[in-house]
Design a protein around this ligand. Structure first.
Ligand code: GLC
Length: 803
């Protein structure tokens, strides 16, 4: 494992030299090999947040203290009230500090008091966020993290007296209980179900919400208490806490240093606790606050597991160890340090913490599993812990109906789900299974069983589930053999193109051809020969149909409406060319070589712009009821002519498949967050995670990123860098070495685990080619071709000569 500095603490009073501040901007920089992003000014263009979760409990923390916590489901089971106000960022879990002698008031985060700190910085890392401030001669370091195995978060506080005299400081917490879904819209109604109580003996404040009548679920409850310091007071009522004319930035009871001790029903429920520390000159005191989900019993269990701040500090160490071990399994060292730190650290973290576990960001709050979404996200586990990809595949299989259709999304353990006629969803199931088998060779997964939906419909093997998906898709073809788009394909915004089951999707045709060809091999391997032949034939007939009907002259058109009108064709006034109809013609091998080149040249000419490949251009400016909600978006925003990061990564992947290393890397770099973050007032978004979208040229804010964290692009950007640019990818027969790099890269290094062994791969490129491998050596012996067969007794040294 890579060595990580034991001391992550860059004191705010001892700034580092500029050289150790990669990708620095006016607002911050990376630190510690990219393991942390340090924000140095609170007024970032938008909240720059961290998503912290153990897979069950989680919280989002902005650099100013805004955000929310949840347990089980980030949309339906929020602990605290939060408003999605990206401009003010004023709702969160807060901690007031008050100097007991002179009543000076400030807060551990910038919100809610907004003091003029003498020093301030926030450090977002893997599984934790640290806010460090100096104010009024007191240094406060607040670390927020979620321990593994417990439904709670800790706010670990180090308070230091920087002055030359004794100081007594009050610490008063405050959060508003939500205990329900983010959209519990009638507050006055919902608050009548909530009750707060304070257990004097234990110093624990609890709140619980009466469940719906007949519900077998225990009431949704939360608790709040302090560790390492006596609790002096509490409040469970926002009104008494703030005072009738008080505000969240200056609550009456905080100003007075005296909480009112109200609890019970009929309140505007909050949790506020008061504790106090006295410090001699230069002294540091450590204490913690806990916020968690569950009743008094759970709180007491947590209290006994963490009797002092030492156990909390140990749990924080475990969080560091977990994430470092996770991200260190694969490692790239290329001449592009932005690609390195995104691939080595943040894209993995974003895909796991943000997408698979929390399923929320600040911009998009989901909590649900999307059928196609988390299947794709689960690619991230392939090179790390492939068993988890397997679990995800089987989880999704259980959301399929016997007719092959699937739930578009669902909230786990609830009846809340969306069905619908998105025509690609179901096909991602076999797609992922095939990729999982390439990684693991575990073709036994085809025989693993999963139930059919709804409950009680029996079960079937994954092979049967996959066949049901493919058969359904094959039953939905237009008379000329192109797949019908139905309610939409991968692009959800094309929601009205094919409602009458006439509109066609060219992208879906590409996707299906690739899948049918691959699945046919599986069927053949299993002795299901008639099916294998049928699927191969369907693939070639469909590829023929695409090439006969969907070639637009210089690129592939994208779809037809129910009335037969084309989308994404040169003849269209808006959306003349669409990226994924070009990229997947290459990825699936549908386009003959000349068309593949031509399609991607057209894409480069029209779509590949300064800040990444656009999804389509020009953007829609008028609502079109026959196309879908994409036409409601402002021009240049999200799918409507923006850089839709998820699809953009496919554009880069297609260039790699054509051996265009310079162009692929240029496109990668153009949308790579650390680079974009060097111009933060244009880019807006966090420089350490991918945004879902970047505004396109038809937007007045061309180049602005938004919808960060919760985007399926994270895993694909990781895949593009590791599998396609560095070119180390799993195939059934072994690890294929097929780099596609800019000619300026003379060497690079990849460490990757594959089927239980570690491979350390040194690639040299003395002649500066973009693609092509002359020789691969495994432990000093030349390998036949470019595939390293699975080899026991690693770690293995691999030398690759490009040329
Ligand atoms: C959103 C959806 C995803 C869809 C994409 C493109 O990210 O979650 O399922 O494929 O948009 O519309």
């Amino acid at each position: 494992m890579r060595k990580v500095p034991a001391q992550l603490n860059d004191s705010i009073t001892e700034p580092q030299p500029p050289l150790s501040r990669p990708f620095a901007s006016a607002y911050g920089h990376f630190a510690h090999d990219g393991l942390e992003y340090i924000i140095t000014r609170p007024d970032t263009p938008r909240p720059w947040v961290n998503v912290i979760t153990n897979g069950n409990y989680g919280c989002i923390v902005s650099q100013n203290g805004g955000g929310f916590s949840w347990q089980g489901n980030s949309q339906l089971r929020m602990l605290n009230r939060w408003d999605q106000d990206l401009i003010q960022d004023r709702m969160g879990r807060f901690l007031y500090l008050r100097n007991a002698d002179d009543g000076a008031l400030w807060s551990a985060d910038r919100q809610p008091v907004c003091p003029e700190f003498d020093a301030w910085q926030v450090r977002h890392g893997l599984g934790y966020t640290i806010t460090e401030t100096v104010f009024h001669g007191v240094r406060c370091e607040k670390t927020v993290f979620v321990p593994f195995g417990f439904p709670c978060e800790f706010w670990l506080i180090h308070l230091s007296n920087l002055s030359d005299h004794q100081r007594t400081v009050d610490l008063i917490s405050c959060l508003e209980w939500q205990l329900g879904a983010v959209h519990d819209w009638h507050r006055e109604f919902h608050k009548t179900f909530v009750e707060t109580a304070y257990s004097e003996n234990d110093g624990i404040l609890t709140a619980w919400k009466r469940p719906e009548l007949g519900s077998k679920e225990p009431p949704f409850a939360g608790f709040h208490f302090a560790i390492g310091t006596p609790t002096l007071g509490f409040d469970g009522d926002k009104r008494t806490f703030l005072g009738s004319l008080g505000s969240i930035s200056a609550p009456q009871s905080v100003i007075e240093g005296q909480l009112r001790g109200s609890a019970g029903r009929w309140t505007d429920p909050i949790a506020s606790l008061h504790t106090q520390v006295t410090m001699g000159p230069g002294e540091t005191k450590r204490l913690a606050f806990v916020l968690g989900a569950g009743g008094l019993e759970t709180a007491l269990r947590i209290r006994s597991s963490f009797p002092s701040t030492q156990e909390i500090a140990d749990a924080l160490e475990e969080v560091h160890t977990y994430w470092r071990a996770r991200v260190d399994v694969t490692h790239v060292e290329t001449p592009d340090s932005a690609l390195n730190l995104m691939t080595n650290v943040w894209l993995k973290y974003q895909a796991i913490a943000g997408r698979l576990w929390a399923r929320t960001g600040y911009y998009q709050n989901s909590g649900a599993f999307g059928f196609r979404d988390q299947l794709q996200d689960s690619h991230i586990w392939l090179s790390l812990e492939p068993e988890r990809t397997r679990e995800q595949i089987l989880l999704h299989a259980a959301q399929q109906f016997t007719d092959g259709t699937v739930r578009h999304w669902w909230h786990p353990s609830t009846p809340i789900a969306a069905t619908g006629d998105c025509t690609d969803d179901l096909l991602w199931l076999p797609y992922l299974a095939l990729n999982y088998i390439d990684e693991t060779d575990d073709s036994g997964i085809w025989d693993a069983t999963a139930p059919w939906a709804p409950e009680g419909s029996g079960q079937a093997s994954l092979y049967e589930h996959s066949i049901a998906a493919i058969e359904k898709a094959l039953s939905r073809l237009s008379p000329r053999g192109l797949p019908l788009i139905g309610e939409c394909d991968w692009n959800d915004g094309f929601s009205h193109l094919g409602r009458a089951w006439k509109g066609e999707s060219v992208w879906l045709a590409h996707f299906m051809v690739g899948l049918l060809n691959r699945f046919a091999e599986t069927a053949r391997e299993r002795g299901d020969t008639a099916r294998a032949n049928r699927y191969s034939e369907s693939a070639s007939t469909m590829a023929q149909a695409v090439n006969e009907h969907a070639w637009d002259g210089e690129w592939y058109w994208r779809a037809t409406k129910d009335n037969g009108e084309k989308i994404g064709s040169h003849a269209c006034a808006e959306n003349r060319i669409d990226l994924i109809a070009q990229a997947w013609s290459v990825i699936s091998g549908v386009a003959p070589p000349d068309r593949a080149r031509r399609a991607m040249e057209s894409a480069r000419q029209h779509l590949f712009r300064e800040y990444g490949p656009l999804l389509l251009t020009p953007a829609y400016t008028r609502m079109d009821h026959e196309i879908g909600y994409i036409t409601r978006y402002a021009p240049g925003v999200r799918e409507n002519g923006g850089v839709y990061s998820h699809a953009a990564t496919w554009g880069i992947l297609a260039l790699c498949m054509l051996g265009e290393g310079d162009a692929a890397w240029k496109a990668y770099a153009s949308m790579c967050p650390p680079r974009r973050g060097e111009n933060p007032d244009l880019y807006y978004a966090e420089p350490y995670v991918l945004p879902g979208n970047i505004d396109g040229p038809d937007s007045p804010t061309f180049g602005r990123g938004g919808w960060t964290w919760y985007t399926g692009s994270a895993v694909w950007m990781h895949k593009v860098a590791l599998d396609w640019i560095c070119g180390v990818r799993a195939t059934r027969g072994g690890l294929l070495i097929d780099p596609c790099v800019p000619g300026s890269w003379k060497s690079f290094h990849v460490t990757r685990h594959f089927r239980g062994e570690e491979y350390r791969i040194e690639v040299s490129n003395p002649n500066g080619v973009q693609h092509g491998v002359q020789q691969v050596q495994l432990n000093g012996k030349a390998v036949d071709g470019a595939i390293i067969p699975p080899t026991p007794n690693g770690p293995h040294e691999v030398r690759v000569l490009m040329g």
